[in-house]
Design a protein around this ligand. Sequence first.
Ligand code: GTR
Length: 330
Amino acid sequence: MLDFTKNAKRVAVAAGLSVAALAAPAAAAELRAWNIHVEDYPNSIALESFAAEVADKTGGEVTIKLFHNGVLGSQPDAIEQVRLGALDIGQFNLGPMGTSIPETNVVSLPFIFPGIPEMYELMDGAVGEAISAGMEKKGMKALAWYDSGARSFYNSIRPINSPADVEGLKLRVMNNDLFVGMVEALDGNATPMAFGEVYQSIKTGVVDGAENNPPSYESVSHFEVAQFYSLTEHLIIPECVCVSMKAWDAMTPEQQEIVATAARNSAAQQRELWQAREASAMKNVEAGGVTINKIADKGPFQERMAGVYDGFLEANPELTDLVNLIRGTN
Ligand code: GTR
């Protein structure tokens, strides 16, 4: 599928041809990119800029074809596709990656980041590097980190103010046992499910609600069917622009540099757009009839998570340092 100079050279050498015979310019390569979001979402707009910069700076040698709205499949499936090189790029949340890339799980631990500024700092530094190294062992690489704010619970039954309010609620979670454990620690019933199925499932009462950041709660209309939004802010999970190692290794160093720089530039844009979209999403859902409540004391929610942490560290002792690095206890 990919036809970059480097690959062509390998093939030529293997076939006994001289590399000099390959003086012709590299054939244009089109990378296919998976995105779950609607076209006007901050991430989608930033991905468009990413694609435009790559096409421009490589003089059309590398182009990126974006597939928005999750049309290429569910996120867990797309993650596997990028790992295997069947898809080239994915704009992924790290939440559903934990099943195949253990290092990504550290950011799926509830309440692990004290706030968004700390998340940025750690992801742009040692924590981001450690996570990307874990990804590389499993077939993909993070080029840049996007913001995904903080996720909070919403449901159609009642506002949540304390863990007792979660008891018995059927809540959709992303595909990862950590999130099942998180909801069960609050005595709720967790249902892992693909993002695209959540609206209908809430509407028909298969689940009572879910959890997400304000832009996603708004963009796919979950707020219309689950009108209590309780700002538990229990998960701050960053997202990546990830490229399959197969596509990455097929690029020349110059192309790699252009692609990596363009991804980082798009992240700067995404983070700015994100702030504005969070604010407008909150206004829009409120205007759409949603009852929003802040949590006066998050302490009781955090205390319930002790078992989630214990279980995780027991199963993944090699990730203890990384967890402590984020919590500032190293
Ligand atoms: C969104 C995230 C998506 C997806 C979705 C979900 O906030 O940006 O990648 O993970 O949540 O809940 O599945």
